[in-house]
Design a protein around this ligand. Structure first.
Ligand code: TXE
Length: 481
């Protein structure tokens, strides 16, 4: 079997300890390659390479940095098919999804930030007759970028691109559950002529690689996407070191459907917002609230469509629900389906394992699940499941559904379905979340701020917010006397 390699100082190289562990294909449940079991020694090599590369990279004219990052974007597009196949094999998501969303978005991430740095300016403040102030925005140094398994190259590149574009060097760690496309990206960076040490990718586990990145004194800024618990563990280490942190964490997003909604659009889009990417997106609407007069009609129409979703081989065009990313995650999801029933819920459909024929028989497949009859504040409705599981319940008033929606420790995203414009604006303003979609879901403009409140994270990614996060502002004041 093939061994993935680290990308350090411009070279693909084995981990110092020469040890590896299995990378499992969730569609088959079988190992298909080895991942470096790197440790702090590999992180040390990566940080030294990044520090050595920083002076030249940070002082390179933005137009030249831009050209290299545009080239990486073009190479991702050139290799879209190969990258998409690798992504679906690693994560279990349908190939059509990797081809239409994950990989094109990774190319867009690089292109957006490569061009964004060409149009940046900073402010000046004149003190009449006395002085002139101007603001410099300067790169910080070596950035630590740690990313999760649900949208592997999409989220990995969304951290790396702004960090590099703004003149930083990077030590990055993809999830050990889905490392392959990050490994392929290393080769594309070499082909694009990215100077050695500017980007370093160290593969391995959270504690053995993520931990040393978080704790390294030579990495003053950390960008993390993953679970809330891990975000807290990272903060515990990085905060006392006064590191700059961006934390994109979990969600338990409400999907609020008023009786006056566009019914067909609401049903159709709610299928996507509930089960896209096997429900493994922090933006999925996992708690569905339907205004009582519409509840029965919506529930019946929705459940009928859910039952029709094809579960199975990610490489079949008609598959809508691919494999769950790992055995432990499948078991976590099943734990919550059982908990929901203990809490009084009724499973309207789903919650069953699927065992396809042949080599997929040992893969991790679960039918999409809809549960009703739960209290709004039970664990199933408060905790992130992060799988193809949604709860559904009626509500009677706007005040009631806002209280339900805002009742969790998370506050990432929300969806609202109504034709009443005034109500749409009013409800959006009163939702405790960083993102609100009205009569749509997952429409994304890369210029918009992305992130949540409460335990959904700290800071915002996306747009120029990301370029600001990876730089420090300096005010220079010159006397005119
Ligand atoms: O995340 P982890 P996982 C949620 C979702 C999921 C849960 C755990 O509920 O079930 O998080 O998922 C690295 N120091 N989301 O296991 O553990 C780890 O190696 C430094 C929501 O993916 O947070 C990986 O690279 N790094 C999320 C990355 O952190 C550490 C998307 C994420 O792993 C570390 C994914 C440590 N101590 C999961 N421990 C979203 N918001 O989209 C682990 N890591």
């Amino acid at each position: 079997m093939e061994s993935i390699l680290n990308y350090i100082n411009g070279k693909l190289q084995a981990p110092v300890g020469q040890t590896y562990f299995d990378n499992i294909n969730p569609s088959t449940g079988k190992a298909y390659c080895f991942i470096p079991d790197s440790d702090e020694r590999d992180v040390e090599l990566a940080v030294s390479a990044a520090q050595a590369a920083f002076p030249a990279w940070s002082s390179m004219p933005a137009a030249r940095r831009s050209a290299i990052l545009v080239k990486i974007s073009e190479l991702i597009t050139r290799d879209l098919e190969k990258l998409a196949i690798a992504e679906s094999r690693d994560n279990g998501k349908p190939l059509w999804l990797s081809k239409s969303v994950d990989i094109p978005r990774a190319a867009s991430n690089f292109y957006f930030y490569a061009t964004g740095i060409l149009h940046q300016s900073t402010e000046a403040h004149a003190m009449e007759g006395m002085a002139i102030n101007y603001t410099l925005r300067q790169p910080i140094g070596v950035a630590g970028c740690i990313s999760p398994w649900n949208l592997p190259l999409y989220l990995f590149s969304w951290k790396i691109a702004p960090a590099l574009a703004s003149g930083n060097c990077v030590v990055a760690k993809p999830s050990e559950i889905t490392p392959y496309t990050a490994y392929m990206l290393s080769a594309l960076c070499i082909e694009a002529g990215l100077p050695a040490g500017v980007l370093n990718i160290v593969h391995g586990t959270g504690p053995k690689v993520g931990g040393p990145i978080t704790a390294h004194p030579g990495i003053p800024v950390i960008s993390f996407t993953g679970g809330t618990q891990t975000g807290a563990a990272i903060s515990k280490v990085a905060a006392p070191m006064f590191k700059k942190m961006s934390l994109e964490l979990g969600g338990k997003n409400p999907n609020i459907i008023f009786a006056d909604c566009d019914f067909d659009a609401a049903v159709k889009t709610t299928i996507h917002s509930s089960f896209s990417n096997q429900g493994e997106i922090c933006l999925c609407g996992s708690r569905i609230f339907v205004e009582r007069p519409l509840y029965e009609k919506f529930k019946l129409a929705f459940v009928e469509k859910v039952k029709a979703l094809k579960v199975g081989d990610p490489f079949h065009e008609e598959t809508r629900i691919g494999a769950i990313v790992s055995k432990p995650h499948l078991e976590k999801i099943e734990y919550y389906i059982n908990l929901a029933q203990e809490e009084g819920g009724t499973v309207l459909c789903g919650g069953e394992r699927v065992y396809p024929e042949g080599e997929l028989a040992s893969g991790y497949y679960l039918t999409p699940t809809v549960i009703e009859g739960l209290p709004s504040n039970c664990r199933t409705n408060m905790e992130e499941i992060f799988g193809p599981v949604v709860t559904i319940m009626p509500f009677d008033t706007e005040e009631e559904v806002l209280a339900f929606a805002n009742s969790t420790k998370y506050g990432l995203a929300a969806t609202v379905w109504t034709q009443n414009l005034t109500r749409a604006h009013r409800v959006a303003a009163n939702l405790h979340s960083g993102i609100v979609w009205i009569n749509c879901w997952l429409l994304r403009d890369l210029r918009t701020p992305f992130g949540g409140v409460k335990q959904s994270g700290v800071g915002r990614e996306g747009g120029f917010e990301a370029l600001e996060f990876f730089t420090e502002e300096k005010n220079v004041c010159i006397s005119l006397k």
